[in-house]
Design a protein around this ligand. Sequence first.
Ligand code: SF4
Length: 381
Amino acid sequence: MNSNNYFKFINDSKLIISENSRDKLENTNCLSAIVESSLSQDEKERLKSLLSRSLENLDYNLTKFEKKYCSTGLKIYWAEDYKDIFKELRSLISFNKIKTAYYSSSYIYEEIGLADFLKKEKVKYTDNDAILQFVDVHKLISNTGNMLIMDKNYTKYKQVNSGKINIFIVGIEQIIESLSDADLYIKENVALSGKDYDSGFFYRPSRTGRDYLFIVDNGRTNLLSFEKQRLVLTCLHCGLCKKVCPVYELVGNKPFNNVFSGPIASVSLPFLENLKSYKHVSYACTLCGNCQKKCPIDIPIKDLILENRKYFRVTGNVDKSDNKRYSKYKNIVQSRDKMNKSRFFRKKRLKKFLSKSLRNSILLPKLEKKSFNVQYVKKRK
Ligand code: SF4
Protein backbone atom coordinates (compact mmCIF):
# COMPACT_ATOMS: atom_id res chain seq x y z
CA MET A 1 0.00 0.00 0.00
CA ASN A 2 1.44 3.38 -0.91
CA SER A 3 1.55 6.44 1.32
CA ASN A 4 -1.32 8.13 -0.59
CA ASN A 5 -3.61 5.39 0.57
CA TYR A 6 -2.39 5.78 4.13
CA PHE A 7 -3.15 9.48 4.05
CA LYS A 8 -6.52 8.80 2.51
CA PHE A 9 -7.12 6.54 5.46
CA ILE A 10 -6.14 9.30 7.88
CA ASN A 11 -8.44 11.76 6.20
CA ASP A 12 -11.33 9.30 6.14
CA SER A 13 -10.90 8.38 9.78
CA LYS A 14 -11.15 10.71 12.74
CA LEU A 15 -7.47 10.38 13.66
CA ILE A 16 -5.55 13.52 14.44
CA ILE A 17 -2.15 13.74 12.84
CA SER A 18 0.22 16.66 13.20
CA GLU A 19 1.67 18.44 10.15
CA ASN A 20 5.09 17.55 11.45
CA SER A 21 4.26 13.84 11.54
CA ARG A 22 2.74 14.08 8.09
CA ASP A 23 5.96 15.54 6.65
CA LYS A 24 8.04 12.89 8.33
CA LEU A 25 5.94 10.11 6.92
CA GLU A 26 5.43 11.41 3.41
CA ASN A 27 7.78 8.90 1.78
CA THR A 28 7.44 5.92 4.04
CA ASN A 29 5.14 2.93 4.21
CA CYS A 30 4.13 3.87 7.77
CA LEU A 31 1.39 5.93 9.24
CA SER A 32 1.36 7.61 12.58
CA ALA A 33 -1.57 9.11 14.29
CA ILE A 34 -1.63 11.25 17.38
CA VAL A 35 -4.86 10.57 19.17
CA GLU A 36 -6.07 12.53 22.14
CA SER A 37 -9.59 11.74 23.25
CA SER A 38 -11.28 8.58 24.50
CA LEU A 39 -14.42 7.05 23.01
CA SER A 40 -17.99 8.31 22.99
CA GLN A 41 -20.79 5.80 23.64
CA ASP A 42 -21.35 5.36 19.88
CA GLU A 43 -17.66 4.77 19.24
CA LYS A 44 -17.50 2.30 22.09
CA GLU A 45 -20.35 0.32 20.53
CA ARG A 46 -18.52 0.40 17.18
CA LEU A 47 -15.27 -0.82 18.75
CA LYS A 48 -17.08 -3.62 20.59
CA SER A 49 -18.81 -4.79 17.49
CA LEU A 50 -15.72 -4.67 15.28
CA LEU A 51 -13.71 -6.64 17.85
CA SER A 52 -16.35 -9.34 18.18
CA ARG A 53 -16.85 -9.41 14.40
CA SER A 54 -13.10 -9.91 13.95
CA LEU A 55 -13.25 -12.82 16.36
CA GLU A 56 -16.24 -14.40 14.62
CA ASN A 57 -14.40 -14.18 11.27
CA LEU A 58 -11.04 -15.22 12.66
CA ASP A 59 -10.36 -18.05 10.19
CA TYR A 60 -11.22 -15.87 7.23
CA ASN A 61 -9.17 -12.92 8.51
CA LEU A 62 -6.09 -15.01 9.24
CA THR A 63 -6.19 -16.64 5.81
CA LYS A 64 -6.60 -13.27 4.13
CA PHE A 65 -3.77 -11.78 6.17
CA GLU A 66 -1.45 -14.64 5.27
CA LYS A 67 -2.18 -14.20 1.57
CA LYS A 68 -1.42 -10.46 1.68
CA TYR A 69 1.57 -10.73 3.99
CA CYS A 70 3.23 -13.51 2.05
CA SER A 71 2.59 -11.96 -1.37
CA THR A 72 6.01 -10.24 -1.21
CA GLY A 73 7.86 -13.48 -0.44
CA LEU A 74 7.71 -13.17 3.35
CA LYS A 75 6.83 -16.11 5.55
CA ILE A 76 4.64 -16.43 8.63
CA TYR A 77 5.77 -18.76 11.40
CA TRP A 78 2.63 -20.40 12.80
CA ALA A 79 3.36 -21.53 16.33
CA GLU A 80 1.18 -23.92 18.28
CA ASP A 81 2.96 -22.91 21.47
CA TYR A 82 6.17 -21.35 22.79
CA LYS A 83 8.24 -24.45 21.85
CA ASP A 84 7.65 -23.81 18.13
CA ILE A 85 8.78 -20.19 18.54
CA PHE A 86 11.89 -21.10 20.51
CA LYS A 87 12.90 -23.74 17.97
CA GLU A 88 13.03 -21.12 15.20
CA LEU A 89 14.61 -18.48 17.43
CA ARG A 90 17.34 -20.89 18.53
CA SER A 91 18.48 -21.49 14.96
CA LEU A 92 18.25 -17.78 14.16
CA ILE A 93 20.38 -16.90 17.18
CA SER A 94 23.00 -19.49 16.37
CA PHE A 95 23.07 -18.71 12.62
CA ASN A 96 23.56 -14.96 13.24
CA LYS A 97 25.80 -15.51 16.29
CA ILE A 98 23.55 -13.22 18.33
CA LYS A 99 24.73 -12.22 21.79
CA THR A 100 22.35 -9.36 22.65
CA ALA A 101 18.64 -8.70 22.27
CA TYR A 102 16.17 -5.95 23.11
CA TYR A 103 12.55 -6.40 24.14
CA SER A 104 10.09 -4.20 26.01
CA SER A 105 7.64 -5.50 28.60
CA SER A 106 4.68 -7.18 26.99
CA TYR A 107 2.21 -9.84 28.15
CA ILE A 108 2.98 -12.04 25.13
CA TYR A 109 6.71 -12.21 26.01
CA GLU A 110 5.81 -13.09 29.57
CA GLU A 111 3.27 -15.63 28.34
CA ILE A 112 5.87 -17.53 26.32
CA GLY A 113 8.70 -17.01 28.86
CA LEU A 114 10.95 -15.06 26.48
CA ALA A 115 13.34 -13.67 29.12
CA ASP A 116 14.13 -17.16 30.49
CA PHE A 117 14.62 -18.54 27.02
CA LEU A 118 17.11 -15.82 26.06
CA LYS A 119 18.99 -16.31 29.31
CA LYS A 120 19.29 -20.03 28.57
CA GLU A 121 20.62 -19.22 25.10
CA LYS A 122 23.15 -16.83 26.68
CA VAL A 123 21.67 -13.85 24.88
CA LYS A 124 21.92 -10.75 27.07
CA TYR A 125 19.22 -8.09 27.31
CA THR A 126 20.36 -4.63 26.27
CA ASP A 127 18.53 -1.46 25.27
CA ASN A 128 21.65 -0.24 23.55
CA ASP A 129 22.40 -1.40 20.03
CA ALA A 130 21.09 -4.99 20.16
CA ILE A 131 21.19 -6.86 16.83
CA LEU A 132 17.97 -8.71 17.60
CA GLN A 133 14.90 -6.78 18.69
CA PHE A 134 11.44 -7.91 19.68
CA VAL A 135 8.72 -5.47 18.65
CA ASP A 136 5.18 -5.63 20.14
CA VAL A 137 2.42 -5.99 17.58
CA HIS A 138 -1.02 -4.85 18.68
CA LYS A 139 -3.13 -5.91 15.72
CA LEU A 140 -2.70 -7.55 12.34
CA ILE A 141 -4.74 -6.00 9.51
CA SER A 142 -6.18 -8.74 7.34
CA ASN A 143 -7.08 -6.62 4.29
CA THR A 144 -3.61 -5.18 3.83
CA GLY A 145 -1.13 -7.54 5.50
CA ASN A 146 0.09 -4.73 7.80
CA MET A 147 0.79 -4.76 11.51
CA LEU A 148 -0.44 -2.08 13.87
CA ILE A 149 2.25 -1.05 16.34
CA MET A 150 1.46 1.33 19.21
CA ASP A 151 4.16 3.91 19.80
CA LYS A 152 5.37 6.89 21.76
CA ASN A 153 7.59 9.65 20.38
CA TYR A 154 8.30 7.49 17.28
CA THR A 155 10.48 5.16 19.37
CA LYS A 156 9.09 1.93 17.90
CA TYR A 157 8.81 3.49 14.49
CA LYS A 158 12.54 4.21 14.47
CA GLN A 159 13.23 0.82 16.00
CA VAL A 160 11.52 -1.24 13.26
CA ASN A 161 13.15 0.83 10.56
CA SER A 162 16.64 0.64 12.05
CA GLY A 163 17.80 -2.22 9.83
CA LYS A 164 18.22 -4.72 12.66
CA ILE A 165 16.54 -8.11 12.91
CA ASN A 166 12.90 -7.59 13.94
CA ILE A 167 10.94 -10.32 15.68
CA PHE A 168 7.18 -9.90 15.93
CA ILE A 169 5.18 -12.27 18.13
CA VAL A 170 1.39 -12.00 18.30
CA GLY A 171 -1.57 -14.15 19.38
CA ILE A 172 -3.95 -15.47 16.69
CA GLU A 173 -6.83 -13.37 18.07
CA GLN A 174 -5.08 -10.03 17.53
CA ILE A 175 -6.46 -9.34 14.08
CA ILE A 176 -8.89 -6.83 12.62
CA GLU A 177 -10.19 -6.50 9.13
CA SER A 178 -9.22 -3.09 7.81
CA LEU A 179 -7.11 0.00 8.39
CA SER A 180 -10.24 2.05 9.00
CA ASP A 181 -11.20 -0.35 11.81
CA ALA A 182 -7.98 0.58 13.58
CA ASP A 183 -8.77 4.21 14.38
CA LEU A 184 -10.99 3.47 17.37
CA TYR A 185 -8.63 0.81 18.60
CA ILE A 186 -5.68 3.24 18.51
CA LYS A 187 -7.70 5.99 20.12
CA GLU A 188 -8.85 3.78 23.00
CA ASN A 189 -5.40 2.30 23.53
CA VAL A 190 -3.80 5.73 23.72
CA ALA A 191 -6.42 6.83 26.25
CA LEU A 192 -6.20 3.66 28.34
CA SER A 193 -2.42 3.39 28.31
CA GLY A 194 -1.98 6.55 30.37
CA LYS A 195 1.27 7.91 29.07
CA ASP A 196 2.61 4.74 27.42
CA TYR A 197 1.42 5.50 23.88
CA ASP A 198 0.72 8.64 21.92
CA SER A 199 0.31 7.14 18.45
CA GLY A 200 0.06 4.03 16.35
CA PHE A 201 1.58 3.19 12.99
CA PHE A 202 1.19 0.45 10.43
CA TYR A 203 4.20 -1.54 9.40
CA ARG A 204 4.53 -3.90 6.47
CA PRO A 205 7.81 -5.85 6.57
CA SER A 206 9.53 -6.24 3.25
CA ARG A 207 12.90 -7.77 4.11
CA THR A 208 13.16 -11.55 4.01
CA GLY A 209 15.70 -12.78 6.51
CA ARG A 210 15.37 -9.60 8.66
CA ASP A 211 11.69 -9.54 9.70
CA TYR A 212 10.16 -12.58 11.38
CA LEU A 213 6.49 -12.82 12.27
CA PHE A 214 5.27 -15.51 14.67
CA ILE A 215 1.52 -16.01 15.11
CA VAL A 216 0.92 -18.09 18.17
CA ASP A 217 -2.03 -20.18 19.34
CA ASN A 218 -1.01 -21.30 22.86
CA GLY A 219 -4.47 -22.57 23.92
CA ARG A 220 -6.48 -19.87 22.16
CA THR A 221 -8.13 -22.34 19.75
CA ASN A 222 -9.46 -24.26 22.72
CA LEU A 223 -10.88 -21.09 24.26
CA LEU A 224 -12.42 -20.20 20.88
CA SER A 225 -14.46 -23.38 20.93
CA PHE A 226 -16.49 -21.98 23.86
CA GLU A 227 -19.16 -19.83 22.29
CA LYS A 228 -19.66 -17.46 25.22
CA GLN A 229 -16.27 -17.50 26.94
CA ARG A 230 -14.36 -16.78 23.72
CA LEU A 231 -15.44 -13.13 23.99
CA VAL A 232 -12.57 -12.63 26.45
CA LEU A 233 -10.23 -12.85 23.46
CA THR A 234 -11.37 -9.33 22.52
CA CYS A 235 -9.82 -8.03 25.78
CA LEU A 236 -7.69 -4.90 25.41
CA HIS A 237 -5.40 -5.87 28.31
CA CYS A 238 -6.01 -2.48 29.88
CA GLY A 239 -6.11 -3.95 33.40
CA LEU A 240 -9.06 -1.83 34.56
CA CYS A 241 -11.01 -4.87 35.74
CA LYS A 242 -8.14 -5.82 38.06
CA LYS A 243 -8.12 -2.39 39.61
CA VAL A 244 -11.73 -2.64 40.78
CA CYS A 245 -11.72 -6.31 41.81
CA PRO A 246 -11.96 -6.74 45.63
CA VAL A 247 -10.60 -10.29 45.42
CA TYR A 248 -7.60 -9.30 43.29
CA GLU A 249 -6.90 -6.44 45.67
CA LEU A 250 -6.58 -8.98 48.48
CA VAL A 251 -4.88 -11.92 46.79
CA GLY A 252 -2.98 -10.35 43.87
CA ASN A 253 -1.34 -12.52 41.19
CA LYS A 254 -0.39 -15.44 43.40
CA PRO A 255 -3.39 -17.80 43.05
CA PHE A 256 -3.24 -17.40 39.26
CA ASN A 257 0.39 -18.48 39.03
CA ASN A 258 0.37 -17.24 35.44
CA VAL A 259 1.10 -14.16 33.35
CA PHE A 260 -2.69 -13.72 33.05
CA SER A 261 -4.33 -12.75 36.31
CA GLY A 262 -7.38 -10.96 37.66
CA PRO A 263 -11.06 -11.22 36.64
CA ILE A 264 -10.50 -11.84 32.94
CA ALA A 265 -8.03 -14.65 33.71
CA SER A 266 -10.66 -16.24 35.95
CA VAL A 267 -12.61 -16.85 32.75
CA SER A 268 -9.82 -17.65 30.31
CA LEU A 269 -7.16 -19.61 32.20
CA PRO A 270 -9.03 -22.92 32.61
CA PHE A 271 -9.31 -23.08 28.80
CA LEU A 272 -6.03 -21.46 27.79
CA GLU A 273 -4.09 -23.71 30.16
CA ASN A 274 -5.97 -26.68 31.61
CA LEU A 275 -9.07 -27.28 33.67
CA LYS A 276 -7.43 -29.35 36.36
CA SER A 277 -4.85 -26.77 37.39
CA TYR A 278 -6.87 -23.63 36.75
CA LYS A 279 -10.56 -24.23 37.41
CA HIS A 280 -10.16 -22.93 40.97
CA VAL A 281 -9.61 -19.39 39.63
CA SER A 282 -13.23 -19.29 38.42
CA TYR A 283 -14.32 -19.66 42.04
CA ALA A 284 -12.05 -16.88 43.33
CA CYS A 285 -14.78 -14.32 42.71
CA THR A 286 -17.51 -12.73 44.85
CA LEU A 287 -19.63 -11.99 41.74
CA CYS A 288 -19.82 -8.30 42.70
CA GLY A 289 -19.76 -7.34 39.00
CA ASN A 290 -17.38 -4.36 39.41
CA CYS A 291 -15.20 -5.74 36.62
CA GLN A 292 -17.88 -5.80 33.96
CA LYS A 293 -19.13 -2.35 34.92
CA LYS A 294 -15.62 -0.97 34.45
CA CYS A 295 -14.61 -2.85 31.28
CA PRO A 296 -14.33 -0.33 28.41
CA ILE A 297 -15.71 -2.84 25.93
CA ASP A 298 -18.34 -4.32 28.27
CA ILE A 299 -17.03 -7.88 28.41
CA PRO A 300 -19.58 -9.57 30.73
CA ILE A 301 -16.84 -11.00 32.96
CA LYS A 302 -19.02 -11.90 35.95
CA ASP A 303 -21.56 -13.70 33.73
CA LEU A 304 -18.74 -15.60 32.02
CA ILE A 305 -17.29 -16.69 35.38
CA LEU A 306 -20.75 -18.11 36.17
CA GLU A 307 -20.79 -19.74 32.73
CA ASN A 308 -17.48 -21.44 33.63
CA ARG A 309 -18.86 -22.73 36.91
CA LYS A 310 -21.93 -24.07 35.10
CA TYR A 311 -19.71 -25.76 32.53
CA PHE A 312 -17.55 -27.38 35.24
CA ARG A 313 -20.67 -28.71 36.95
CA VAL A 314 -22.37 -30.16 33.87
CA THR A 315 -19.15 -31.77 32.68
CA GLY A 316 -18.46 -33.28 36.11
CA ASN A 317 -15.39 -31.13 36.65
CA VAL A 318 -16.06 -30.47 40.31
CA ASP A 319 -14.29 -32.00 43.27
CA LYS A 320 -16.32 -34.80 44.81
CA SER A 321 -15.27 -33.70 48.29
CA ASP A 322 -16.62 -30.19 47.54
CA ASN A 323 -19.93 -31.67 46.47
CA LYS A 324 -20.20 -33.61 49.71
CA ARG A 325 -19.33 -30.61 51.82
CA TYR A 326 -21.84 -28.37 50.07
CA SER A 327 -24.65 -30.88 50.41
CA LYS A 328 -23.96 -31.27 54.15
CA TYR A 329 -23.82 -27.50 54.52
CA LYS A 330 -27.13 -27.18 52.64
CA ASN A 331 -28.76 -29.64 55.06
CA ILE A 332 -27.62 -27.55 57.99
CA VAL A 333 -28.60 -24.10 56.73
CA GLN A 334 -32.00 -25.38 55.63
CA SER A 335 -32.76 -26.80 59.05
CA ARG A 336 -34.09 -24.33 61.62
CA ASP A 337 -33.29 -26.76 64.46
CA LYS A 338 -29.65 -27.10 63.46
CA MET A 339 -29.20 -23.36 62.87
CA ASN A 340 -30.61 -22.70 66.35
CA LYS A 341 -28.15 -25.01 68.07
CA SER A 342 -25.43 -23.76 70.38
CA ARG A 343 -22.62 -21.49 69.20
CA PHE A 344 -20.16 -24.35 69.78
CA PHE A 345 -22.11 -26.64 67.42
CA ARG A 346 -22.44 -23.98 64.69
CA LYS A 347 -18.73 -23.14 64.83
CA LYS A 348 -17.82 -26.81 64.59
CA ARG A 349 -20.02 -27.20 61.49
CA LEU A 350 -18.58 -24.10 59.88
CA LYS A 351 -15.07 -25.40 60.39
CA LYS A 352 -16.03 -28.74 58.88
CA PHE A 353 -17.42 -26.97 55.83
CA LEU A 354 -14.09 -25.33 55.09
CA SER A 355 -11.37 -27.34 53.44
CA LYS A 356 -8.40 -28.26 55.64
CA SER A 357 -6.10 -25.64 54.14
CA LEU A 358 -8.62 -22.83 54.61
CA ARG A 359 -9.56 -23.95 58.12
CA ASN A 360 -6.09 -23.14 59.37
CA SER A 361 -5.41 -20.06 57.30
CA ILE A 362 -8.46 -17.83 57.68
CA LEU A 363 -10.05 -16.13 60.65
CA LEU A 364 -13.53 -17.46 61.27
CA PRO A 365 -16.28 -14.90 61.89
CA LYS A 366 -17.32 -14.36 65.48
CA LEU A 367 -20.65 -16.12 65.92
CA GLU A 368 -23.44 -14.78 68.10
CA LYS A 369 -24.29 -16.83 71.19
CA LYS A 370 -27.87 -17.28 69.99
CA SER A 371 -28.93 -17.51 66.35
CA PHE A 372 -30.78 -14.60 64.74
CA ASN A 373 -34.00 -16.59 64.77
CA VAL A 374 -33.80 -17.31 68.53
CA GLN A 375 -33.03 -13.65 69.25
CA TYR A 376 -35.90 -12.47 67.05
CA VAL A 377 -38.47 -14.82 68.59
CA LYS A 378 -37.35 -13.81 72.08
CA LYS A 379 -37.68 -10.09 71.29
CA ARG A 380 -41.19 -10.46 69.91
CA LYS A 381 -42.50 -12.22 72.98
S1 SF4 B 1 -11.35 -4.18 31.77
FE1 SF4 B 1 -12.06 -5.32 29.95
S2 SF4 B 1 -10.63 -4.80 28.32
FE2 SF4 B 1 -9.67 -4.16 30.26
S3 SF4 B 1 -8.38 -5.94 30.88
FE3 SF4 B 1 -10.36 -6.19 31.88
S4 SF4 B 1 -11.56 -7.45 30.45
FE4 SF4 B 1 -9.81 -6.65 29.29
